[in-house]
Design a binder for this molecule. Sequence first.
Ligand code: NAD
Length: 499
Amino acid sequence: MMSHETTTLTIPKPQIFTQPLKLLIDGDWVDGSGDALDIHDPSTGQVISTFTGASADDVDRAVRAASRALEGEWSTMPPSVRGRLLWRLADALEEHLEEFAQLESLNTGKPLRVTRSFEIPQAIDILRYNAGWATKLNGETRDVSLPGEWHTYTMRRPLGVAGLIVPWNNPLVMAVAKLAPALAAGCTVVLKPAELTPVTAARLGELVCDLGFPAGVINIVPGLGTVAGEAIATHPLVDKVSFTGSTAVGQHLQRTTAASLKRLSLELGGKSPVLIFADADLDRAIDSAALSIFSNSGQICAAGSRLYVQSSVADRVIDGISERAKALSLGGGLEEGTTMGPLISARQRERVLRYIGEGLEQGAELAAGGFAPDRPGFFVQPTVLTNAAPGMSVVAEEIFGPVLVTQTFDDPEELDAIVGRANNSVYGLSAYVWTRDLARAHRIARRLAAGNVRVNTHSGMDPNMPFGGVKASGYGKENGREGVEAYTELTSVAMNIGA
Ligand code: NAD
């Protein structure tokens, strides 16, 4: 294991950096037996830790432990106690907020300001929100029209062992967004963090061990997707796979889980349109559009990455977003003053630069950025491309980086044509509309092929707001009642009580 000079944690170094990271299986911390994996600081490109990831055998032991735990104390634990455990986990996370914020910033390069005041608090909120659901997962009585007398009702039961596979772009939030509803519903879990970002999930595992969750209820198996992820998806004792990641892997999981018919929910990629009409509050729209694409260096599934702006205000809007791009201060997550961090890996940086190059070759023009700064780490300047057209790869494909492609429309009354262009994508995750005309906003919201429509904002994420995509952005919802019910099975009971 290596350490390096530029790590500027102000917290005591957690075990993860003093001993190789381990796997949490059946309440014990064990060494992985899979692949040797490096953890990088993406701000410098240096290796900050190494560990041995989970093998298929490790996953098998974790799944069996989760399966046994389903039969044990967990199954008879009153829902209120499950809720209390989740609440305790939220309290523990809150007590360690600064530590988690620093670890997440170190491992992902996100500005500390973001992890400290937004992401870790968001994970805490998600835990508390779902703690409340543990006691509210009811069935209902139904009236039927059968002859005779009947007592008929439905009931919700936990689906069983949930395999949770998460990506690297929001490691802790994504892990908790799956873990919390699964546990609230009474499932047991095997969580696989992304191989690039296992740090906060492992630390969360350490907190979990002290809180009173029975052994085997929560298992954490960082490792390669093609090894540990694949082993989860194909394991016969896994009842549900909840996956967030790329559309290609989501499609692969549809095939691998088909034979067993296990439940599957897929939160996949996006290429979300932003529609700005001339009547909008343009200052807010400009700020918001810039935040939507440049936050997390564009590595957000719901990033507003395709801008359609009314031509009468196009110069003002595109210039405004470009100015904001140029004003961002690139730096490491733990560096003072950073407003945009690096991409997660050298591979991701090359991918983003390749797309920018293709866009320019195909006729797009640069209004901002377009290159990698001359410094260590995986940085790309926030980039705005004008002159974009539908056939270009930068318009059609998810780049997952800080790259906005802009196009214009002339007549704001041609809603079908404007919405048609917005919907002209294989993806359908989020869509953003900026206008002061309420009727227009509602008419557009009904027509957009997107799971999440936002009007005059780029945010609107709340644990009570269902989130998920349509088309190649996947299916299934996270958050809200729908998010927790996705970890339950609805059973109907019909009893003939006639004499
Ligand atoms: P990815 O699909 O490569 O990996 C995601 C996770 O799946 C990782 O844990 C990885 O190890 C695992 N994995 C990879 N191959 C696997 C396999 N064969 N079987 C099982 N698991 C496997 O995606 P990524 O590059 O880590 O993340 C970026 C993608 O995630 C983008 O497309 C982005 O849009 C998407 N994403 C979607 C949402 C959403 O809510 N819709 C949120 C965040 C990210």
